[in-house]
Design a binder for this molecule. Structure first.
Ligand code: MN
Length: 294
């Protein structure tokens, strides 16, 4: 099943070129008050929501997919975990180019570990990317994104995939430079998740998915998740050996070779087999409010 969030926080099932509005199914999620849970309530209750969708979808309103504004399919991930240099050819490209490594020592992922992006950086495909620091290089990175479905604490790679709710296309937008990765990769809108959540039952082998990205119709990155250094199961094992993964936590699995700059006005098309494709518009962040006032 392909589940989307759209317009004013509505829930939909994507059916071909249509979206079935099943927002009413959210009523099965227990209400939470302060303090809010550390997990995403939709993903934590996905089974009950899915059952309710089954009862509703026959009578529900159908909308044209092209006409809805897609939001991030996960609204409130507790963590956005990301893998640095997790494709061999991308590692070679980073080591060879000072514009990418900025004299920061690049380690193999098993030495480097994983990093975190601020959940506040997350948007959906319909919201677009607003670039900051236009005097610096801003790059696209297309990645397979994993959405955790069940609490995972120190799980083995053999058990790891049982903890996955589903998969999305992820964009890990990056300002190049010498600062910490999490700082350069966490501006608002610098993590795009979409176009929807494809549930794990519809992705039989996350280890052999074609992924590609084009900017203004020119192909920039094209690879297959078979070329990941650490695959999905290994990443879950690695991440959960350090911290507990909660329902709704997102893992960005890393990007293949071909990273390149994006600029305001660009149109990105990202595709991953089994998951679909998404169009994302790039603009410039408007001037800061205090500059406008002055
Ligand atoms: Mn990345």
């Amino acid at each position: 099943m392909k589940l989307c969030r759209f317009n004013d926080n509505r829930l939909g099932v994507v059916d071909g070129r249509e979206v079935i509005d099943v927002t009413e199914a959210l009523d099965v999620i227990p209400r939470s008050g302060y303090p809010l849970p550390a997990f995403d309530p939709l993903i934590a209750n996905l089974e009950a929501v899915t059952q309710r969708i089954g009862a509703l979808r026959g009578q529900a309103e159908r909308l044209v997919l092209e006409d809805v504004r897609l939001l991030s399919p996960v609204a409130n991930p507790g963590k956005v975990v990301a893998a640095p240099v997790n494709y061999r050819k991308h590692l070679e490209e980073v080591l060879a180019n000072a514009d990418l490594h900025h004299d920061v020592k690049i380690n193999h992922i098993e030495k480097a570990g994983l990093f975190l992006k601020a959940p506040s950086s997350l948007v959906g495909a319909g919201q677009g990317i607003q670039l900051r620091k236009l005097d610096r290089r801003n790059d696209h990175e297309v990645e397979l994104a994993v959405v955790i479905g069940r609490t995972a604490d120190r799980v083995s790679r053999a058990q790891a995939l049982q903890h996955v709710a589903g998969y999305c296309i992820g964009l890990d937008i990056t300002i190049r430079g010498p600062e910490e990765r999490s700082f350069r990769k966490s501006p608002d809108t610098y993590t795009v998740l979409g176009p929807w959540l494809t549930t794990a039952d519809d992705v039989p082998n996350p280890g052999s998915l074609d992924l590609q990205i084009s900017v203004n119709v020119e192909t920039r990155q094209k690879s297959n998740t078979a070329d990941l250094i650490l695959g999905v199961a290994e990443l879950i094992e690695f991440a959960s050996s350090f911290y507990t993964l909660q329902p709704g936590d997102v893992i960005l699995t890393g990007t293949p070779e071909g990273v390149s700059p994006i600029r305001p006005g660009d149109v990105i098309l990202a595709e991953i087999s089994d998951l679909g494709s998404m169009t994302v518009h790039v603009s410039a962040k408007a001037e800061a409010l205090d500059q406008k006032v002055a």
